[in-house]
Design a protein around this ligand. Sequence first.
Ligand SMILES: [Zn+2]
Length: 137
Amino acid sequence: MSLQHAIGLEVRDVLARSDLYERAGKDQHAFCIRVGRSYPYDVRVLANVRPNSYWMDTMLHEFGHAVYDKYINPSLPYLLRSVAHISSTEAIALMMGSLAEDPTWLSSVAELPREELERGHERLLLSSRADNLVFIR
Ligand SMILES: [Zn+2]
C-alpha cells in the first residue's frame, strides 16, 4: 500500500471536480462544498493554490472537510446525510490542516528532507503556536 492510500480516504474524485487555481474574478477564499445529498456525493473544493505552506495547510483543511462529507453514511435518511455539527467537520479539518506543521507528516508524506526540517524546526514550532493562538480566538 502506498503512502497516499495509507489512511483509506480517497480524494482523487474530489480533486477532479475541484477548482483549485487562481484566475481573474474568482472568489479569493477557499471552501469545500457538497452539492446535494444524493449518493455518490458530489464534493468539491474551491481554492487559489500557490506553492507555499499556507496553501498546503488550507488544502489539507479543505480536504479534511471533503473526506468528512464524502464518507457520510449514505444509508442514513436523506435529511440526516449532513455533518453532525459544524464543530465536528471543523475539528476534522483542523486536525488535517495541522499536518502542514507536523514534522513527521512533512518528512514521510510531503518528503521534506530531514536536514531542512531540522533547520526550520524552531520556526515551524513558532508558526504553529501563532496559528493556534490566532485561531483559538
Ligand atoms: Zn473549515
